[in-house]
Design a protein around this ligand. Structure first.
Ligand code: T68
Length: 836
């Protein structure tokens, strides 16, 4: 064994001094103080909250590292199949609280911090969010990492270490302003691995030659080299020693390439410029969600990260000295959307050009290794790269893409000999000017499984954008894995008090690892004391949010009235415009009432939050409208406390953890068929809020699980969307009278800036209303009225909330990971060795 190769006396010395990390409150204090005094060079007399956070984080980091080393060693020795989750985004949020929970020492830290003079909540909130993602796609990747570790799967994440995450949003005069998010000043959760550096090649040319046996070869030569440096982040599982690895690549000028000649001869500036150009690759996250703009730097990011990750995976495989035919028994690679599709091409290149495998043998390995998750049907989000761009940056990859396409089209032609139209439609190369590579098609052809992220979405991709591929490959290649979220963060961490009373009722916290156990809560729906506490917790969470709103915006909101929230990226398909039209309608209704009537009307706080892509003018305009309506409504004496409108600045993961526990109702009102899944509706219900939603994405499955009586569904069905759009385009489509009044109010200028706001109106009234706002407005308003009425009956409302939470077990990301592991990756868990 490996152990036996080390002399006994050395082993003994290492064992004797091996690090353990703290196990209780006293040891925590000792470790935290040691880090504050030595690692941070602070003392009792100058330890502010940030220093206390840093010391606490470093103490927990030591604990994680011990489990992490042990897990990595065990996984290396066991050498069983691993999954690699490739995602250009990991929206992790804060780490300390999660580390405390997963390691099981949060109480020790809480008491220890009290001894040292701090409140644990204040310390936790010092941490800067790690925001290496845009929205749902990036957060899903983060939930999946948590679940993979918790379920003891040997799994690594691979991503990019952006120096700037998603921008910080400030609202100035009602407009979104973007501030760079430099987040690396103090990041105790990453470990630079300067010894793990991969040379990444760009540009250059392909040289072809024949060897002595007449076999032809291709070599990619010339161009430039950039270094990829690994930064590792430990990912602890809940109540298990398993601590997996997230490897993020950072770009750096290559040691070989950085021009010392220039530097020495005094051309500092141009030599430093070369260096900066290399570092630009991993400098910044592209801030678009559901949009691809085809920029060269983005392609560079993708190919840099794919090449480094494939190199790393192949190197690890080769260490085991197995034959290539065993590759798919050892390696599964999941593509989070098409962003990592070049990894398919890169693995084929490595196997054929470098390892010398035959094309067919290599291709069998490649398709057996990869699987692809689709997250959207929006045409503007489906990635396409121009052929000239790829030709220039990755000349050998382009040849391989053409060869993959040729083989694929020949196969299709054999199977469907008469169908030239089919060949044109499914070709990986779109014959446009310039030609484009359709990345989703490449991902399908190079994978053995393709999945959507909710039932409706998985059905839709099979009947629309990927229909031909179902004909070609048969239906079994296409599957569904409905999204979920980790209950550790989205129940325990976000809502500790709710988690606490559930634990008390269920007699333990096993529900955090087996979320179906929540169903036992149904036994307590009539338990008076339990219901009372339940209501008190929601109220306390609303008080906390009200204080935050006061501090951030100066608006006073009453925590006794209904909190209605819509927080997510701002996008026309998500229809924040429908929400704000509804708010304006409510405002006009109140204005038209007599003071007597107002006394019996339903008070409400309407809360918005979310970022717009910096170049998305319409979305920014919607943010401006929300803020302008807020200005008017919140200062109107006629309205008083009946209606308040709030826009929460800089929505991110840690704000979400505060917002969902405070929501009475949350809105998930996308145009049917356009939200692949959505995940925030899950966070809303799990935190004891009800939903208003369309029949879209995972809303449909939430309704099925919790019961139609417990959700407010409205609006057009996906199957009717096309017809309605068509109708808009030829007939003057009639717009609901209430909506026209809203438009009149906006166009009258009472909210200011009538010129730009009129574009929001025009999109509906004059430009085809692509998102069917006018079709759904009436049922939306009626459903809001039902909600107002339902909220008056607090007893029924609480029953609905408890029942809904009890039935949310299906939506844990643990279930997702189990499905991926069993039906797509074919991997087994590797639990930690029991401590002897
Ligand atoms: C989201 N997609 C889906 N994309 O919109 C959402 N896109 O319905 C789903 O629940 C979620 O994925 C998880 O499956 C995104 O978040 C992006 O952020 C994105 C980023 C870059 C390019 C394209």
């Amino acid at each position: 064994s490996v152990e036996a190769s080390i002399p006994e006396n050395q082993r003994e010395a290492w064992r004797k001094h091996s690090a353990h990390g703290f196990e209780n409150k006293d040891e925590f204090e000792k470790e935290a103080v040691r880090h504050i005094e030595t690692t941070l060079a602070r003392s009792l007399f100058n330890c502010d909250e940030l220093a206390a956070y840093s010391g606490t984080a470093l103490a927990f980091r030591d604990r994680l590292v011990i489990d992490w080393n042990r897990t990595q060693q065990r996984q290396t020795f066991a050498d069983q199949k691993r999954v690699y989750y490739l995602s250009l985004e990991f929206l992790m949020g804060r780490t300390l609280d999660n580390a405390m929970l997963n390691v099981g020492l949060k109480d020790a830290a809480k008491d220890g911090l009290t001894d040292l003079g701090f409140r644990i909540e204040d310390i936790i909130s010092q941490e800067h969010d790690a925001a290496l993602g845009n929205g749902g796609l990036g957060r899903l990747a983060a939930c999946f990492l948590d679940s993979m570790a918790t379920l003891n799967y040997p799994a690594w994440g691979y991503g990019l270490r952006y120096r700037y995450g998603i921008f910080k949003q400030e609202i100035m005069d009602g407009y979104q302003v973007e501030i760079p998010d430099y987040w690396l000043d103090f990041n105790p959760w990453e470990f630079p691995r300067h010894d793990i550096t991969v040379d990444i090649q760009f540009y250059g040319y392909v040289r072809k030659y024949q060897d002595d046996d007449g076999k032809s070869h291709a070599v990619w030569e010339g161009g430039e080299i950039v270094d990829a440096v690994a930064y590792d982040v430990p990912i602890p599982g809940y109540k298990t020693g398993t601590t997996n690895n997230l490897r993020l690549w950072s770009s750096k000028a290559s040691r070989g390439e950085f021009d010392f000649q220039k530097f020495n001869s005094g051309e500092y500036e141009s030599s430093v410029a070369d260096q900066q150009r290399a570092e630009t690759i991993s400098a910044v996250l592209y801030p678009n969600d559901n949009l691809e703009r085809g920029k060269e730097l983005r392609l560079k990011q993708q190919s840099f990260w794919c090449s480094a990750s494939i190199y790393d995976i192949v190197r690890r495989f080769k260490k085991s000295k197995r034959s290539w035919s065993e590759f798919t028994d050892q390696v599964a690679i999941q593509l989070n959307d098409t962003h990592p599709t070049l990894a398919i091409v890169e693995l084929q290149r490595v196997l054929v050009d470098i390892e010398g495998l035959d094309w067919e043998d290599a291709w069998k390995i490649v398709t057996g290794t990869f699987s692809y998750t689709n997250h959207t049907v929006l045409p503007e989000a489906l990635e396409k790269w121009s052929v000239p761009l790829i030709q220039n940056l990755l000349p050998r990859h382009l040849q391989i893409i053409y060869e993959i396409n040729l083989q694929f089209l020949q196969m299709v032609e054999r199977r469907f000999p008469q169908d030239r139209e089919m060949l044109r439609r499914v070709s990986i190369i779109e014959e446009s000017q310039p030609k484009m590579v359709r990345m989703a098609y490449l991902a399908i052809v190079g994978s053995h499984k393709v999945n959507g992220v909710a039932e409706l979405h998985s059905d839709l991709i099979k009947t629309t954008i990927f229909k031909d591929f179902v004909t070609i490959y048969g239906p079994d290649k296409f599957t569904n894995v409905t999204n979920g979220v980790t209950p550790r963060r989205w129940l325990n961490q976000a809502n500790p008090r709710l988690s606490e009373i559930i634990k008390a009722k269920l007699g333990g916290d096993e529900f955090l690892s087996d979320l179906n156990l929540l169903n036992q809560l149904e036994n307590f729906v009539d338990d008076k004391a339990f219901r009372k506490e339940w209501a008190e917790i929601k109220y306390a969470n609303k008080v906390r949010l009200a204080q935050f709103i006061m501090a951030q915006t100066g608006v006073s909101v009453n925590p006794k009235v209904m909190f209605d929230i819509q927080v997510k990226r701002i996008h026309e398909y998500k229809r924040q415009q429908l929400n704000i039209f509804g708010v304006i309608h409510r405002y006009l209704t109140i204005k038209n009432m007599t003071p007597e009537e107002r006394k019996t009307y339903y008070p409400k706080v309407s809360i918005f939050g979310g970022k717009s892509a910096p170049g998305y003018w319409m979305a920014k305009n919607i943010i401006h409208l929300v803020n302008s309506v807020a200005q008017v409504v919140n200062n109107d004496k006629d309205v008083g406390n009946l209606l308040k409108v709030v826009f929460i600045e800089d929505y991110n993961v840690s704000k979400a953890e505060m917002l969902f526990p405070a929501a009475d109702i949350s809105q998930h009102i996308s145009c049917a068929g356009m939200e692949a899944s959505g995940t925030s509706q899950i966070k809303g219900v799990l935190n004891a809020g009800l939903l208003i939603g369309t029949c879209d994405g995972a809303n449909i499955e939430v309704a099925r699980e919790i019961g139609e009586d417990n959700i407010f569904l409205f609006g057009t069905l996906a199957e009717d969307v096309e017809d309605l759009r068509h109708a808009h385009s030829y007939s003057q489509h009639s717009i609901d009278g209430d909506l026209l009044k809203v438009f009149d109010a906006i166009n009258s200028g009472i909210f200011g800036d009538r010129n730009s706001f009129s574009a929001i109106v025009s999109a509906v009234a004059d430009h085809g209303d692509y998102y069917l706002v006018s079709d759904d407005f009436n049922s939306y308003i009626k459903t809001q009225a039902l909600i107002d009425e339902a909220y008056k009956n607090q007893e029924d409302w609480i029953t609905k909330c408890i029942t809904s939470v009890a039935r949310m077990g299906f939506f844990t990301s643990d279930r997702c990971i189990q499905e991926y592991a069993e039906s797509i990756w074919n991997i087994e868990p590797l639990p930690p060795a029991s401590k002897a």
